[in-house]
Write a protein that binds this ligand. Structure first.
Ligand SMILES: NC(=O)c1ccc[n+]([C@@H]2O[C@H](COP(=O)([O-])OP(=O)(O)OC[C@H]3O[C@@H](n4cnc5c(N)ncnc54)[C@H](O)[C@@H]3O)[C@@H](O)[C@H]2O)c1
Length: 353
């Protein structure tokens, strides 16, 4: 069987999430190149996941030019997504792009237009759509046994990004809404086939008006109310003021029932430790006392499922499912920018008004 040849660009946090996915499907994928300006990260990543026979690059231009691959997996800071994507697609490769698709709607639109013009695929890495617990919730919802959905509340929150690039709007595209809220927004848009009708946003504004992170240019708290064409309402939240570990939470209220999912803290393993553990869940500040250590965290957050889906799609030259295409990443960014507009101007926004 022909294997998909992948060049991973960026070898830090998100590259680690994706690599876990690749390492489980080495029968159909081959890591032929890894690029990072910090070469020590490449070696560490490859060692962690047992990748061999790849070429290491410290410059993405050279990597894209020289590496014989089918797909470029972009695990770089947000502001570089556009440049790497364009170069990769112009070199004839499909791409996986981490969230958000770009830092501006214009760049994201350019990426989608380029993919269409060149006949290339953009696989937009929205892991929420592959989290097994969220998929279970959706299958129950879609079975109709709870009746029509009326109201959905979703949030991703933690205490702040580890990445220096998340601190400025130029490099990140905004604050916590574009960095974390991107997940609940994409998830809801995928659920409703991008058919939203009106929205209102509010944020902490950034810098001095932030709740905690006053050196950060973007906001550290944000919320949006969105109404969809079918009448469903949603509250979507993101913040960097949540301590105790990352929260990925989904609540669905229907005519005849409801569903509650807590991805981070609903594991089956409970531990009490006086000295603390090496690790429990993403972004937990302390690990002593009672904790719920995540079981196969990357799989349960959806990263392995998304990588498997993208590899299958690329091998058969097809687009990804709804919510996971370049156009879905673009629509998410448009909605987030309208949430920012609503928040900064104090206006309620109607689609196409
Ligand atoms: N889906 C998720 O849950 C999730 C989680 C974390 C990050 N992300 C996304 O993944 C992307 C990367 O984030 P991260 O946290 O891995 O970032 P990071 O800051 O941890 O790492 C980025 C890597 O890129 C390298 N790099 C930066 N500029 C470079 C250049 N010009 N040439 C070569 N290498 C360069 C850095 O050395 C670093 O190793 C971002 O878009 C982020 O939003 C997604």
């Amino acid at each position: 069987m022909k294997k998909l040849r992948v060049l991973i660009v960026g070898a830090a946090f998100s590259a680690d999430l994706h690599s876990d996915g690749y390492s489980r499907i080495l029968d159909k994928v081959e890591i032929v190149g890894i690029c990072d300006k910090d070469l020590s990260r490449i070696e560490a990543l490859a060692k962690r996941y047992g990748f061999t026979g790849y070429t290491a690059y410290d410059d993405y231009n050279t990597a894209i030019e020289q590496c014989e691959c089918d797909l470029v997996d972009i695990c770089m800071p947000n502001f570089l997504h556009h440049d790497v994507a364009l170069k990769a697609m112009n070199a004839g490769r499909d791409i996986i792009c981490e969230k958000p698709l770009a830092t501006t709607v214009e760049d994201a639109q350019d990426m989608v237009d380029t993919a269409e013009r060149l006949g290339k695929h953009i696989y937009y890495a929205e892991d929420w759509l592959f989290a097994p617990a969220f998929r279970k919730a959706l299958s129950i919802l879609n079975s109709g046994q709870l009746g029509k959905p009326l109201y959905i509340r979703a949030r991703e929150c933690h205490s702040g990004s580890h990445s220096p690039f998340a601190q400025s709007i130029k490099y990140c595209g905004g604050g916590c809404m574009v960095h974390l809220g991107v997940h609940p927004v994409s998830f809801m848009l995928a659920l409703k086939d991008n058919r939203w009708s009106e929205l209102t946003g509010m944020t902490s504004g950034g810098q001095d008006t932030n709740l905690v992170h006053q050196k950060m240019e973007g906001e550290d708290w944000a919320g949006a109310f969105i109404r969809f064409e079918d009448g469903t309402y949603a509250t979507l939240e993101a913040n960097y003021v949540t301590i105790g570990g990352m929260e990925d939470v989904l609540d669905i209220y229907c005519e005849q029932g409801c569903i509650h999912v807590d991805l981070s803290f609903s594991g089956p393993v409970k531990v009490f430790s006086i000295p603390g553990l090496d690790y429990t869940v993403e972004k937990a500040e302390v690990t002593s006392g009672w904790s719920t250590p995540a079981v196969d965290e990357k799989y349960n957050l959806g990263y392995c499922g998304e990588i498997n889906h993208f590899v299958d799609c690329a091998l058969s030259d097809r687009d990804a499912d709804v919510g996971l295409r370049g156009m879905d990443g673009l629509e998410t960014l448009k909605v987030i920018n309208l949430i920012y507009k609503s928040a900064s101007e104090g206006v309620h926004i109607k689609k196409d008004a």
